[in-house]
Design a protein around this ligand. Structure first.
Ligand SMILES: Cc1cc2nc3c(=O)[nH]c(=O)nc-3n(C[C@H](O)[C@H](O)[C@H](O)COP(=O)(O)O)c2cc1C
Length: 178
């Protein structure tokens, strides 16, 4: 397991698009750090995203980090579980719902079971342990699911993957002369 903190990854905002990839076989992107970010995300088989809720969604930096690997398909056919927290009672549930929608478009597999941490300023004791035992239970369930899906999807990917749907749609349209 490797912990990745987006504060250590000063990714350019809003910079990646089809034209910034460069050579598709060895993409350069708009900046070397984006290339390193893509490599880092691509080498993992499963992800546990920890996110606060900002205006009923995920923070812009997290969205930008996902958008930056979208064109490389680094998340495709891999499971993503989530831990959310917020200052209020909702605990980031709306951020997790948004995250699921976003990563579907990136070809990832968002999982049902999450960890929701409301009133985050009172949710951990001085040793950094959760004060609500439900958090530990929810985390164990989410991690068990993540491990199961990781094994299943790693095996499935090694058996072979379909080309991305957008590529197949383009090929079918070209073959039909449209
Ligand atoms: C820009 C912004 C928007 C926020 N929007 C929400 C929100 O929609 N719902 C909520 O419960 N808390 C909201 N909060 C409170 C954060 O979830 C809470 O302060 C959290 O601890 C922030 O995490 P961070 O310090 O890791 O950024 C917001 C905070 C910020 C800074």
């Amino acid at each position: 397991m490797e912990v990745i903190d987006l504060r250590d990854w000063d990714l350019p905002m809003f910079a990646e698009h089809i034209g910034s990839i460069g050579d598709r076989k060895d993409p350069t992107y708009s900046d070397p750090i984006v290339k390193r970010w893509n490599t880092k995300i691509k080498e993992a088989d499963a992800y546990l995203v920890v996110t606060p809720e900002y205006n009923h969604s995920i923070p812009a930096v997290l969205k930008n980090a996902i958008d930056s690997v979208f064109v490389s398909f680094a998340l495709r056919n891999k499971p993503i579980a989530a831990v959310s927290y917020s200052g209020g009672i909702a605990g980031g549930t709306r951020a997790i719902e948004h995250l699921a929608h976003i990563v579907i478009e990136a070809g990832a597999v968002p999982l049902r079971n999450s960890v929701i941490i409301p009133f985050v300023s009172a949710a951990f004791d001085e040793a950094g342990q959760p004060t609500d035992p439900a958090s530990e239970i929810a985390l164990t369930i989410a991690l068990d699911d993540l491990a199961w899906w990781s094994t299943v999807l790693t095996r499935a990917r090694s058996d072979g993957e379909l080309a991305p749907g957008s590529f197949r749609a383009r090929a079918a349209a070209a073959a039909s002369g449209r």
